[in-house]
Design a protein around this ligand. Structure first.
Ligand code: SAM
Length: 343
């Protein structure tokens, strides 16, 4: 199918919203994009769509969907939670069919959505090959996009869900501050657990910022458009949950030495010795600040922790949150700070 497809004439998104009385629902954090130049600019970040199967999450009234359709992918799969959008999405489905485009629409919650059999099996690529001809696109509510990217990073690490078919690329929007965190490098003021987890398994790129005023209704924040390319070789080979635990502890006190953070991994009586031992084994300076650490540094600390767990199995189930009840007051105070800093 040719790129920049000519679609049959369609009523504008604005008119369809009026016609079907599709007021944005606050509880679903709905904010719509009506400006075609902007939706085209977003979709352009996904590159050429010839022969692609594109899954769009949260199409709403279909502004971004139209821009995807014009790029002429082989198939579009829509996952929308709010069934009120059915009439507008059906109009798009019919229009796409007239130019031989295929569209599947699911009225479902993306958090429960099963990727099994959604894309054609023949699109499957080996992990080390180029990305399969599949792209995931979504302008989602902020309360959905962050837990969703964490879940999908986990799926990428396990090569399951959509990533059972290879290194499927994504284009997603986030609140501007979250987008900046996702791409923050060591020493950046926004560097945090999310930066490390995203960059350990993918190459996230902040493409551009959409001002809040471009949405209807206007949200209080600006929005960042981020693309993610899963890495052929992840920057850690630790298990996702295990690496996340170390990262969470390492960012428990942003302004202190990393040693103070690492100590929260161990029961009070072991924390000095084992904390220092972790840095010795990793060949790292314990006075390094957490935001200075690279992903490779974190990987070495995680390997050291794993080694210490094997040597001292009694510390395996230690949980600093539970221990707050029995520890000295000064330590309990530190723990509550760590909890507040937890994203
Ligand atoms: N993509 C449209 C646009 O850019 O104008 C709508 C964006 S609006 C911010 C988010 C959309 O995601 C809404 O249509 C909402 O109903 C949908 N949505 C919210 N939570 C969802 C979920 N868990 N699964 C699927 N869709 C969801």
């Amino acid at each position: 199918m040719a790129a920049n497809l000519r679609l049959p004439p369609l009523p504008s998104v604005r008119d369809l919203i009026k016609l079907y009385r599709l007021q944005a629902r606050k509880q679903l954090a709905q904010n719509f994009l009506m400006d075609e130049r902007l939706t085209n600019k977003i979709v352009r970040q996904a590159g050429d769509m010839k022969g692609l199967q594109v899954l769009e999450v949260g199409p709403g009234p279909g502004g971004i969907t139209r821009s995807i359709m014009r790029k002429g992918p082989e198939k579009i799969i829509l996952v929308e939670k709010d069934k009120r959008f059915q009439p507008t999405l059906e109009i798009l489905n019919e229009a796409f069919a007239t130019v031989n485009g295929k569209m599947d629409i699911f009225y479902d919650d993306i958090m429960q959505f099963d990727f099994n059999k959604i894309f054609s099996e023949e699109l499957k690529r080996e992990w080390d090959d180029e990305s399969p001809k599949i792209h995931i696109i979504g302008n989602l509510p902020f309360n959905v996009s962050t837990p969703l990217i964490i879940r999908w990073l986990h799926d990428i690490s396990e090569k399951r869900g959509a990533w059972a078919l290879g290194r499927v690329r994504m284009l997603l929007t986030f609140q501007k501050e979250v987008a900046e965190r996702l791409v923050a490098q060591p020493n950046g003021s926004q560097r945090c657990r999310l930066s490390v987890m995203a960059q350990a398994w993918t190459r996230p790129k902040l493409r551009f910022i959409i001002p809040g005023r471009a949405f209807i209704p206007e949200p209080d924040v600006d929005v960042g458009v981020v693309t993610f390319d899963p890495l052929k070789t992840p920057r850690t080979d630790h298990d996702f949950k295990f690496f996340e635990k170390i990262t969470r502890h390492l960012f428990s006190f942003r302004q202190k030495y990393s040693l103070a953070c690492v100590k929260t991994l161990f029961p009070y009586e072991y924390q000095n010795d084992l904390g220092l031992m972790m840095f010795k084994l990793s060949d790292l300076d314990p006075t390094t600040r957490p935001i200075e650490l690279t992903i490779e540094d974190m990987h070495r600390l995680a390997s050291a922790y794993k080694y210490l767990l094997e040597k001292h199995p009694q510390i395996k189930d230690y949980n600093y949150r539970d221990s707050a009840k029995v520890l000295p007051k000064s330590y309990t105070k530190a723990i509550s700070v760590a909890e507040i800093d937890d994203e």
